[in-house]
Ligand binder design. Structure first.
Ligand SMILES: NC(=[NH2+])NCCC[C@H](N)C(=O)O
Length: 296
């Protein structure tokens, strides 16, 4: 870093109000995409989360593992199948998904532990956290894919209270205690809502939300939840962003103060978003809450 000493001090001072404001607050980080595949990026994400913890936030990681699941499905000679963008999860696929997600989960626990922080890796079956019901894709049965029906946040609160960093993989259970694979974005939103998180940050493979999907210079830095809803309703939003943005809106309507859509391919995107005034991705916020927090 070729900064002058005063510039280095300025960077830290810019972070000060955020460190103050988010002290003891819960920040849910949805970790997925490229940032999970690239080992260097992975280390940086973990460093960021550990830093958040050490300055007094209460971070929670919710992670996916779609690419790893597909890889292992291939390894055992099965073929990954998708319907309407959702993985068809028959019994053997679910068995692999559960093994792989738990493996990914423990590898993240290890990385956090290596930085001296006590992490505990759990799935939504632990502490009966994520109760779900079967999801149908356009009326079609796609197997053991679930929608979150209810979150029991007790185990998360217990871990946070004992100063552990919870790392959660999105597997839930139904009324017969069968395992279900849950979309990690959905799980992160449901969890953030249940624990009344201050922030929910999504690490994605795009810079954020673009005004014009085709124009990469039209990144929207900030928008209110009302603006975001209008944007969704306008039908102008490009492909994969639609469910994500709707998820963000729901999280805010249900009490999360700010949701951040970040480019996980940018090293240290979490720090750059949370500890600077301008951030680097798209921040969506509840205007009333923001008045109180940021300008109050
Ligand atoms: N994309 C943006 N405009 N981000 C602004 C971030 C502001 C502040 N650091 C926060 O975490 O809330």
């Amino acid at each position: 870093m070729n900064l002058e000493p005063m510039q280095k001090a300025a960077v830290l001072i810019e972070a000060l109000p955020y460190i103050q404001r988010f002290n003891r607050k819960i920040v849910v980080v949805k970790y997925g995409g490229s940032a999970m595949v690239d080992e260097e990026l992975k280390k940086k994400v973990i460093q960021d989360v550990v830093l958040l913890k050490l300055v007094g936030f209460k971070p929670i990681i919710v992670h996916g593992g779609g690419k790893e699941i597909s890889r292992w499905v291939g390894k055992v000679g099965m073929e990954a199948q998708f319907k309407n963008g959702l993985r068809v999860t028959d019994e053997p696929t679910m068995e692999i998904a559960e093994m792989v997600l738990n493996k990914v989960n423990k590898s993240l626990v290890q990385l956090v532990s290596e930085l001296g922080i006590n992490a505990v890796g759990i799935s939504g079956k632990d502490g009966m956290m994520l109760k779900c019901r079967k999801k149908y894709a356009g009326g079609e049965d796609i197997g053991f894919v679930g929608d979150v029906e209810e979150v029991n946040p007790k185990i998360i609160y217990d871990l946070l209270e004992k100063d552990f960093l919870p790392i959660i993989c999105p597997i839930g259970f139904d009324e017969d205690f069968l395992s279900y694979n849950i979309n990690a974005d959905d799980a992160a939103c449901a969890i953030a809502t249940a624990v009344e998180a201050e922030k929910l940050a999504f690490l994605t493979d795009v810079e954020g939300v673009y005004k014009d999907y085709e124009d990469k210079s039209s990144l929207i830095s900030e928008m209110t939840v009302e603006e975001a809803q209008n944007f969704v309703d306008s039908g102008m939003l490009g492909g994969g962003m639609l469910p994500k943005l709707q998820n963000c809106i729901n999280a805010i309507k249900n009490g999360v103060s700010r949701v951040h859509i970040l480019d996980g391919r940018i090293p240290h995107c979490l720090l750059l978003e949370i500890f600077t005034d301008k951030g680097i991705g798209t921040a969506i916020y509840n205007s009333e809450e923001d008045e109180r927090y940021y300008h109050g």
